[in-house]
Design a protein around this ligand. Structure first.
Ligand SMILES: [Mg+2]
Length: 278
């Protein structure tokens, strides 16, 4: 099965980004409606269910905007690598705005009008990407992330209603656990509670989608996982396959250009809803 998926990744049946969104089928319910529905199900199941109700949340670009982290690192790259960068790259990165930062370093080069087809520009891209990679996946820079509007309130609300909160992230455990916990606590997300778990990738984990599917299947044995919130189409599709009874919520922020098959019966969330008082 896995082999077939890999072999077929170039097929027109597989899409990325906007094409994937257009090819996917989303349920008609608005954010506020399906989030209220989720809340009700948690309340109903919290005391009666054999398996405790739970909700899975990805972190990067689902609960947290990571653009400020990348922006700072790229500005530092412009300083530190200055001598080795060609003039146009140096100038562009010296005045880089947060709004010009893309999902990937390639996207940012594109936003800045720096063509990667040019060998000189490509050489600069390799240097900058290496500089970014060493810092982006580290505790030190996580504090620059920003939670999305109302995300902490939303997750806290579900936790208070009785849900286990399961953070499932492709961040590296060894290099990023301390910074991740510090930020979650700083920003008011549920943390440090027996009903909260944080699962991160270890050195030997496979790619994000396979890792998340494996963890989600195991969690499905222990919990009644009611919903998964994820910004990356490929991860979401795998989570939906692992937990077919859960609500698969596509958090439409930014995502990679990794191709995957279109989704079916997905929920679409652009902004975390302000939940009513009850
Ligand atoms: Mg993510």
């Amino acid at each position: 099965m896995q082999v077939d998926i890999i072999r077929d990744m170039s097929s027109p049946r597989f899409h990325s980004r906007q094409d994937w969104i257009l090819a996917s089928q989303f349920r008609p319910e608005a954010e506020a409606a399906f989030c209220a529905q989720l809340e009700k199900r948690i309340l109903t199941l919290a005391d009666s269910s054999k398996k405790p109700p739970a909700v899975i949340f990805d972190l990067d670009s689902t609960l947290y905007e990571v653009c400020p982290r990348t922006h700072l690192i790229l500005r530092e790259a412009a300083d530190s690598l200055s001598r080795g960068l060609p003039g146009p790259v140096k100038r562009a990165f010296n005045s880089l705005l947060e709004s010009q930062v893309g999902y990937s370093i390639s996207d940012t080069f594109q936003n800045l009008g720096l063509p990667l087809q040019s060998p000189t520009i490509q050489k600069a891209w390799t240097k900058i990407k290496g500089f970014w990679f060493d810092r982006f996946f580290s505790n030190e820079y996580l504090k620059h992330d920003r939670p999305y509007l109302l995300a902490p309130e939303f997750v806290t609300r579900l936790h208070k209603k009785g849900a286990h909160i399961l953070y499932l992230t492709g961040r590296h455990d060894e290099k990023m656990r301390i910074g991740t916990l510090d930020c979650l606590e700083r920003d008011g997300f549920p943390v440090g509670d027996p009903r909260v778990l944080l699962r991160m990738k270890t050195g030997t984990s496979p790619d994000d989608a396979a890792f998340k599917a494996r963890v989600a299947r195991a969690w499905g044995e222990r919990f009644n996982v009611l919903a998964c919130f994820e910004n990356e189409p490929r991860n979401l599709i795998r989570l939906q396959s692992a937990l077919p009874k859960s609500m698969a919520v596509f958090v439409n922020t930014v995502c990679s250009d990794k191709r995957t098959r279109p989704g079916n019966r997905l929920f679409h969330l652009k902004l975390f809803p302000k939940l009513s008082h009850s």
